[in-house]
Design a protein around this ligand. Structure first.
Ligand code: ADP
Length: 254
């Protein structure tokens, strides 16, 4: 469970990115966060694994006070949280398999990672997750030889290999064409349903969000402007989030 209590975030030069966020996310939810660029979606996501510190309020992830995490406890927090990026963030010059295995890095020392001291179980887990994502046949190819959709599946297999309770995804489909975007969202859904992993994804596409999420959060000016089920996301609600109603094309693109 993730609990935000009166969380605000002000960046050092004064931008107030989040204002008094109160939010509880239960285990196993599939949440899509929508809103205009600059609304605070990415900041909200990155407070959960402490990529960004909160300025005030409190934030608990599975009972752990995120503000108090540092050193060993921060490593422990981050081991339980996978992260997916728009640009995939793979190491391009190494194999797909090694990228996926690096999901275990947080469980080893610096030297262990450098000399690839992964156990047999960890290696099997990496291969199983490649199979689950349908790209086992690409295991020994260089990561940068794959298509965008395939690279995002590698990133998902890497996150899964970490054995996380939560996956944070920052615009995971923004670099992908509509069909590939849908396929990658199917993979998120598979992960959510198979392992009960909580998914929190910042999304460009309102339509995709409505199709996959169990709950949608609309963020406007650092505040929650909408929190409800996909079918509750009416034109009126979109108006609150985006400041005006969206055209059919924008619903697909935003
Ligand atoms: P979104 O993900 O909805 O586009 P962000 O969370 O990236 O929104 O940004 C929210 C606000 O915080 C914006 O005004 C943005 O310019 C500002 N911001 C984001 N990241 C930083 C940063 N690292 N330093 C300073 N300001 C930032």
């Amino acid at each position: 469970m993730i609990q935000f209590e009166n969380v605000s975030k002000v960046y050092p030069e004064g931008t107030r990115a989040l204002s008094n966020i109160n939010l509880t996310i239960k285990d196993g939810e599939f949440i899509c966060i929508i809103g205009l660029s600059g609304a605070g979606k990415s900041t909200l996501l990155r407070t959960v694994n402490k990529m960004h510190d909160i300025s005030s309020g409190s934030l608990f992830v599975n009972g752990t006070d995120v503000s108090q995490c540092k050193g060993k406890s921060l490593r422990e927090l981050r081991r339980g949280i996978g992260m997916i990026f728009q640009s995939f963030n793979l190491v391009s010059r190494i194999s797909v398999y090694k990228n996926v295995l690096s999901g275990r890095a947080g469980f080893h020392s610096f030297w262990g990672v450098l000399f690839s001291h992964y156990s047999k179980e960890e290696k099997i887990l990496a291969l199983k997750n490649l199979e689950l994502m349908g790209i086992l046949d690409k295991a020994y190819q260089r990561a940068d030889k794959l298509s965008g959709g395939q690279q995002q599946r590698v990133a998902l297999a890497r996150a899964l290999t970490q054995d996380p309770k939560i996956i944070l995804a920052d615009e995971p489909t923004a670099s992908l064409d509509p069909l590939t975007s849908k396929q990658v969202m199917d993979d998120f859904l598979k992960i959510n349903k198979t392992f009960g992993i909580t998914i929190i994804a910042n999304m460009h596409h309102v339509d995709l969000s409505k199709k996959y999420a169990t709950r949608i959060l609309g963020i406007k000016d650092g505040q929650i402007a909408f929190d409800g089920r996909p079918e509750e996301l009416t034109d009126e609600a979109l108006m609150k989030i985006y400041g005006r109603s969206l055209t059919d094309n924008e619903l697909l693109e935003k």
